[in-house]
Write a protein that binds this ligand. Structure first.
Ligand code: ATP
Length: 563
């Protein structure tokens, strides 16, 4: 029935494989356009290794070319990624595109490639082989999504700072997705070459990059079957056009362009998200039992959690924090207050690894200040935090947001999910139990299936706290958690913080709601112009004339004014 359609059917599969090489980087939030270069390098290198006789008398020799292509693509991505992956957005796109062009020019001018004329080869890649490879890729992506690694990819795409603070190694995740993209592009290059029996530098040009990107975006990169859907759709358009008798060459690019625009504007999740929307939405059901008993014990009350001396941070001429000494003991709730711009956020950014200090020394949970590796190292040591301006993962559900929080207290499940090991399922269930326990604790269990944007401001704050708690932190850092909350909500939050301290969690709290701080904290630090101006028991500190003058102000009786 499909006789005569071999090329068309294989073109769909090849298009989908190419689109997967874009899908994997878009999944991790990177616009990388070097795939043509990876594919070209891989395909040309494979011609040096692929034998000209079938293997063992009957197997396709391209089976040698595929691992070679994947390895060359991944290695090229690693070498290119080391200098360029520090770039973001359009700058990364330009750098990677330039790499693709460099490879094309190089291959055109090299002698062994026979220049622009290219090389003729045997057509070793059959339709079955191409579809088999596509099936394997689709399977890999299907199993990736709900795994710990898949969630790390999604978290990095949504917000790198928050992902790092949840213990995700952002640099490694970005590099992994970049190398996977190189490997898949390499496989595509080899299959393309040996399906058509020809290789020229022009086959791996800018238009190939555009085709792959358009297919990936049109199909959608949030769901694993997006590339397949995109490739099927885009390949069907010219066929339909031909069947209907419109053979004008401009129709296909025009239609593709309009579709792409429509998807970007109205369906950012691509066609696959439309398919997903047609499925009845399932509300996640909480497990009966949310107990997890193998978490590491919190340190003894009173033991040292953090000790820093002479901490300072300057941005050029602005001295945001200067000469701050902080000691934090396990189980205490330390409040930090001070006027806007006093340096509070900068201080906790340094204590959580988000910013390196420019002066001072010390450590937080054994991690030396300014250590290489950034926020995720602190998170792995037991530091978890929320942000002054919520940094929730917008395209993940409430439950999935909290699941990302379990990253540091969960084992990787992807490899085991691929071979359906029961232990992977057990670990995923454990992470889910941890996440539900925190959702219940902050009162958001009934909103688990919603997106963060649909929550009230107070609920968003609570969700950030639940996500931070899912990491089972030793030190919880809260940056203005009551901002935007009414009195009742703030009182409930104070209650929650006290209960966390009773459980042995050390809390560092920045807050402008002084009443809440006084009611909640065991110790208070006041900052002004980057310096600590008072420190001690909260009620004594807020009566300090220097604190009243710098921050609180006084009523007509001379008492400090606060809500
Ligand atoms: N990345 C930066 N570059 C330059 N200056 C900065 C940077 N981050 C903070 N600052 C400056 O450092 C000072 C301290 O800012 P910081 O945000 O730490 O204060 P804060 O006490 O948290 O204020 P708020 O209560 O308004 O959040 C401010 O003068 C701010 O403008």
């Amino acid at each position: 029935m499909l006789a005569g359609y071999d090329t068309l059917i294989t073109t769909i599969a090849l298009g989908a494989i190419l689109a997967y090489s874009f899908h994997v980087v878009l999944m991790a939030g990177q616009l990388s356009l070097g795939q043509a270069g990876f594919a070209s390098l891989a395909a040309y290198t494979s011609t040096l290794f692929v034998p000209d006789q079938p293997l063992f008398g009957s197997l396709s020799p391209v089976l040698i070319g595929l691992p070679v292509g994947a390895a060359v693509g991944a290695a090229a991505a690693l070498l290119l990624g080391l200098p360029v992956l520090r770039l973001r957005g359009v700058f990364l796109a330009i750098a990677t595109l330039a790499f693709g062009e460099m490879v094309r020019v190089f291959m055109t001018n090299a002698e062994w490639t026979n220049g622009a004329l290219g090389l003729r080869l045997e057509k070793w890649a059959t339709i079955d082989l191409v579809w088999l490879i596509l099936a394997v890729l689709t399977y890999l992506f299907w199993r990736l999504g709900p795994s710990r690694t898949g969630r790390a990819f999604a978290a990095v795409r949504e917000d790198e700072l928050a992902a790092g603070s949840m213990g995700v190694d952002v640099v490694r995740t970005r590099m992994t997705s970049f190398m996977a993209s190189g490997a898949i592009a390499g496989v595509y290059g080899v299959l393309f070459t040996y399906f058509f029996g020809r290789i020229t530098p022009g086959a791996f040009d800018f238009s190939m990059t555009v085709d792959g990107l358009v297919t990936a975006v049109l199909g959608g990169y949030l769901i694993f079957f997006g590339p397949l859907l995109g490739a099927g759709f885009l390949t069907a358009v010219p066929e339909l056009q031909e069947a209907l008798g419109f053979d004008a060459g401009w129709i296909h690019p025009l239609l593709t362009g309009v579709l792409l625009l429509a998807v970007v504007l109205y369906l950012p999740g691509g066609l696959s998200s439309l398919a997903a929307r047609l499925r009845p939405r399932r509300t996640p059901t909480p497990p009966q039992d949310t107990a997890v008993d193998d978490l590491r014990p919190l340190p003894e009350p009173g033991s040292t959690v953090a000790r820093v001396r002479g901490l300072g941070k300057s941005y050029g001429a602005v001295q945001a924090v200067r000469d701050v000494d902080i000691d934090l003991a396990s189980g205490e709730v330390l409040g930090v207050i001070g006027p806007n711009g006093a340096g509070k956020t900068t201080l906790i950014n340094m204590l959580t690894g988000l910013e390196p200090p420019t002066a001072g020394e010390g450590d937080v949970l054994g991690v030396a200040l300014g250590s290489r590796g950034g926020a995720h190292r602190y998170a792995q040591a037991g530091v978890s935090r929320t942000f002054q301006h919520s940094k929730l993962f917008g395209r993940l559900t409430v439950l999935d947001n909290v699941l990302v929080g379990t990253h540091v207290v969960s084992r990787g499940t992807y490899g085991r999910r691929l071979v359906w090991l029961p232990s992977a399922r057990r670990d995923e269930r454990r992470a889910t139990r941890l996440a539900w326990a925190q959702l219940r604790r902050v009162g958001l269990a009934d909103k688990a299936g919603l997106r963060p944007a649909t929550l009230s401001y107070g609920d968003q704050r609570r969700l950030e706290i639940a996500r931070a708690l899912a990491a089972h932190p030793t030190l919880l850092v809260l940056d203005e958690p009551a901002a935007g909350m009414n009195h009742v909500e703030a009182a409930e939050l104070a209650e929650l913080i006290r209960s966390l301290a009773e459980d042995g969690i050390t809390v560092l709290l920045i807050e402008h709601n002084v009443k809440m701080v006084v009611d909640t904290c065991t110790r208070l630090v006041v900052m002004n112009f980057g310096e600590v101006i008072a420190e001690g028991e909260p009620r004594e500190v807020i009566s300090d004339p220097a604190v009243i003058e710098a921050y609180l102000g006084a009523d007509e009786t001379g008492e400090p004014e606060y809500a």
